[in-house]
Structures are given as structure tokens and as C-alpha cells.
Design a protein around this ligand. Structure first.
Ligand code: ATP
Ligand code: MG
Length: 412
């Protein structure tokens, strides 16, 4: 059973139990566009406890807000009771929700016309706000008065820009004008919600559209955590379209920092402000630093050392990022990718674990206590093996290592 059939089976089961139930939101939109939905949402007049009673496998995702996750054939589907919402005073969750009886009332609390449609299992669409028309015209338009809807929840401004990039739609002129006026309200948002939207932007084919809008509509300088940074009023060169095409997610984060005038040394800290996981932030920071300082030509020894230290995948990604940042040109990138691939193929070892000796071998063979000499010796041996000056042979490396270790400790 695919995720769509799983969601439809939930709708049917709710209906057989006498409730109203529909597919709703992004999945209806994506199906009408002929795109595979990211996830499926169901709305119903059944209360959360009634949903829990009906299905054997449920997770209480947000009971207070009416959401229960139902697992059907292994697929999680969010089932939400028809509701209307109060304001999002903390910028995170509505202060209160009220359950209601009609699907049209539930659709009215949703953000954009294209997200405010429901579909029954026979395929009939409930579309009180002209969502289908806006899909055809490829516009993002709020349900109701844009300023009011953005005052209720400022994240909708970011979602508008995100959806426009994701779907390659434009903003309705009234929606766009309201964003320009309401942008200062963005300051109340939690960083987590902003970052979640940016992660979705990175999945678009052309994220530059969203980032351009964030600057052009005056959003960036109010958006947490960017509003605390020393930002340029327009993105720094290179052109925004460096974000597009085949750039990886990690390159896109690094490029965003670059466009925002943030230096490579600051990157990991900035990404932590954005609440990226620590390791992720540090990896992206390392990638950005490496790309910013990438040389326009690379000698064989240096190239092989980089492959051993960072891995071939990291080197290729840093090279590509470096070209996108305008540090090296495409001809230099192509030359270097070719050379790196060749060297990678020639290298007898590519990782520490492949070196035929380890520290313990050396300590045992030398009959001396552990100390800084061990790491130093291993580095010298690995370097010689990588560059083809010594074979990766256990006996030979031990003999060589003991000799190097003795010489190294003889040094003052
Ligand atoms: P995606 O394709 O990224 O999943 P989506 O439209 O499904 O896009 P979700 O964040 O999954 O986005 O939200 C599901 C639905 O909930 C939306 O389609 C919309 O109807 C409604 N919704 C989500 N966030 C808001 C919000 N901040 N204000 C009003 N309605 C919202
Ligand atoms: Mg969704």
C-alpha cells in the first residue's frame, strides 16, 4: 500500500464510522499539480479521542490542537479535527483552538487558497476560496485579507516565499504588498520555524527565487536569527543563482551565509544560531572554509593529502562550492575534479583504517611507552604510503616506524 492509499483508507474508515473525512492541504494541491505529495494530511469532524479509538496504531502528536498521527500500513498520516484557531501570540502555536463541525470552516483557517482545498475519496474537490483557479494561474494568495492572516501568524510570509520557490509560482500582488508592510512582524518568530522553512527551500530546484524575495521584500532584516547579523541590503556577489541547479543542501547553507556576508570562520556559529545540529553546522563550516581557500591549481601531493584527510566526496563538494562562490572558475574545477579522481584511483589507502599498522603495533614493536611520538610516526608513515614512497605492508611499516620513532625522540 502506498502512502496515498494509506491516507485514503483512513478517510474511508472514518466515513464508514459515520464521520466526515477528507484529504486536505498540501497533498490535494500536489495531486492536482500532478506532483508526488511530501506527506498526506486528513481532516475530519471526529474528535482526537474518537480517532484514537477507531485506529489501532496512533501517536498523540498534538492532541490539544486536534492532531493524531495514524499509522496505516506503515505510513504515518496526520489526522486533524476540523478547527479554527486563535492568534499565534508566541509565534509558534495558536493560543487556543476550537473544534468545528464543517470542513469549510477548517479550510478558512488555512494559509493560502491552493492549500485550502479538501478532497473526498471519489476525487471531488471542496474549494471555497478559488484554489484551483490560483493553481492554474500559478499564484500564491492568502485566504482572506493578507495583512490579517500575516498578523495572526507571521510564518505565513515565509511560507508564501517558500511555496512560490517550491512550486515556481508568483506571489499575488496583494499578498506581496502585505508582506512588505508586515515584514517587521517576522521578528517574533522562533528560529526553529524559520529554519524548517529554509530546509524546504533547499529542496526546490531554484532556491534563489526564495532568497531573492527574502531580500527584495525586506524580510531578511527582520527574520530571526538573520536580524541580529550585520547584513548587506542586497545579497553579496556571486549572483544568487549559485544556489540553484545541482548544489547540495550543505552548499546551499554555505552559500546563504556567503550571500549574507558571513565569513567562513563564523559559519559554524551562525548555523548553530539557526539551530542546525552541532555536527551538521561544523561540517558545513568546514566545507565553506575549505571552498573559500581552495587553490586554483593543486599539486599531486597536496591533492592526495586532501583526499586522505577529507575524503574524495568532501573534496568534490568543496571544489563545486568554491566554483559557485567564484573563488575558482569552471575550467579549474573540471581540471581538478579529473585530477582528484585519478589520484583517488591510484592511492593505495584512502582512510586511516586502511593503513597496515596502528599505534598499538608500533608501541609493542618499539617496546616503549605511548606518547606523542606514536601519532607523529603514524602521520609520517601514512603520508609515505599515500604518496607511494612506502608500500602498505605491515612488517615493513613497523620496521620503518620503529626507526622513525627512535629518531623522533632523539630530537631535542
Ligand atoms: P509541503 O509540500 O511542504 O508539505 P504543505 O502545504 O503540506 O507543504 P505543511 O507544513 O505540511 O505544508 O502544512 C499542511 C497544511 O496545513 C498546509 O497545506 C496548510 O493548509 C496548513 N498550514 C500549515 N501551516 C500553516 C500556517 N502557518 N497557517 C495556516 N495554515 C497552515
Ligand atoms: Mg505537507
Amino acid at each position: 500500500m502506498d502512502p496515498c492509499q494509506a491516507a485514503l483508507s483512513i478517510v474511508k474508515e472514518l466515513r464508514e464510522a459515520g464521520f466526515q473525512a477528507y484529504l486536505v492541504g498540501g497533498c490535494v494541491r500536489d495531486r492536482l499539480l500532478g506532483k508526488e505529495p511530501e506527506d498526506y494530511d486528513v481532516c475530519t469532524d471526529a474528535r482526537p479521542d474518537q480517532v484514537e479509538a477507531l485506529f489501532p496504531r496512533t501517536i498523540a502528536t498534538g492532541i490539544r490542537h486536534g492532531t493524531v498521527t495514524v499509522i496505516a500500513a506503515g505510513h504515518p498520516v496526520e489526522v486533524t479535527t476540523f478547527r479554527v484557531e486563535g492568534a499565534y501570540r508566541d509565534g509558534r502555536r495558536p493560543d487556543h483552538v476550537r473544534f468545528v463541525g464543517r470542513v469549510e470552516e477548517d479550510l478558512a483557517r488555512r494559509d493560502f487558497t491552493i492549500n485550502a482545498m479538501a478532497q473526498d475519496p471519489e476525487g471531488a474537490i471542496i474549494d471555497p476560496f478559488g484554489g484551483r483557479r490560483d493553481l492554474e494561474r500559478r499564484v500564491i494568495r492568502t485566504v482572506g485579507a493578507a495583512e490579517d492572516r500575516f498578523r495572526e501568524d507571521a510564518l505565513r510570509m515565509v511560507r508564501a516565499v517558500r511555496l512560490a520557490a517550491q512550486l515556481e509560482f508568483s506571489l499575488h500582488p496583494e499578498t506581496e504588498a502585505a508582506i512588505r508592510r508586515m515584514a517587521p512582524d517576522l521578528a517574533r518568530l522562533s528560529v526553529e520555524r524559520v529554519t524548517q522553512e529554509l530546509e524546504k527551500v533547499w529542496k526546490a530546484r531554484r532556491p534563489s527565487r526564495a532568497v531573492a524575495s527574502l531580500f527584495r521584500l525586506g524580510m531578511m532584516k527582520h527574520l530571526p536569527p538573520f536580524h541580529r547579523w550585520d547584513l548587506p541590503s542586497f545579497p553579496r556577489p556571486p549572483a544568487l543563482d549559485a544556489l540553484d541547479g545541482a548544489a547540495s543542501r550543505r552548499m546551499r547553507w554555505a552559500l546563504l551565509l556567503h550571500l549574507c556576508g558571513q565569513k567562513p570562520e563564523e559559519a559554524a556559529g551562525r548555523l548553530k544560531e539557526l539551530r542546525l545540529p552541532r555536527r551538521d553546522a561544523e561540517e558545513i563550516g568546514r566545507l565553506y572554509r575549505s571552498a573559500a581557500a581552495w587553490p586554483s591549481s593543486l599539486a599531486e601531493e597536496e591533492g592526495k593529502r586532501r583526499i586522505f584527510r577529507d575524503g574524495i566526496g568532501f573534496c568534490r563538494e568543496a571544489l563545486e562550492l568554491s566554483r559557485r562562490m567564484g573563488v575558482i572558475d569552471e575550467a579549474a574545477r573540471l581540471r581538478q575534479v579529473e585530477a582528484l579522481n585519478r589520484w583517488n584511483g591510484e592511492m593505495p589507502i584512502r582512510r586511516w583504517e586502511e593503513l597496515a599498522v596502528n599505534g598499538k603495533d608500533l608501541i609493542d614493536a618499539a617496546g616503549r611507552p605511548a606518547g606523542p611520538w606514536v601519532g607523529r610516526t603514524l602521520r609520517i608513515l601514512a603520508d609515505a604510503v599515500i604518496l607511494g614512497r612506502l608500500p602498505n605492508n605491515h612488517q615493513l611499516l613497523i620496521k620503518e616506524g620503529v626507526r622513525i620513532g627512535r629518531d623522533a625522540t632523539a630530537d631535542p
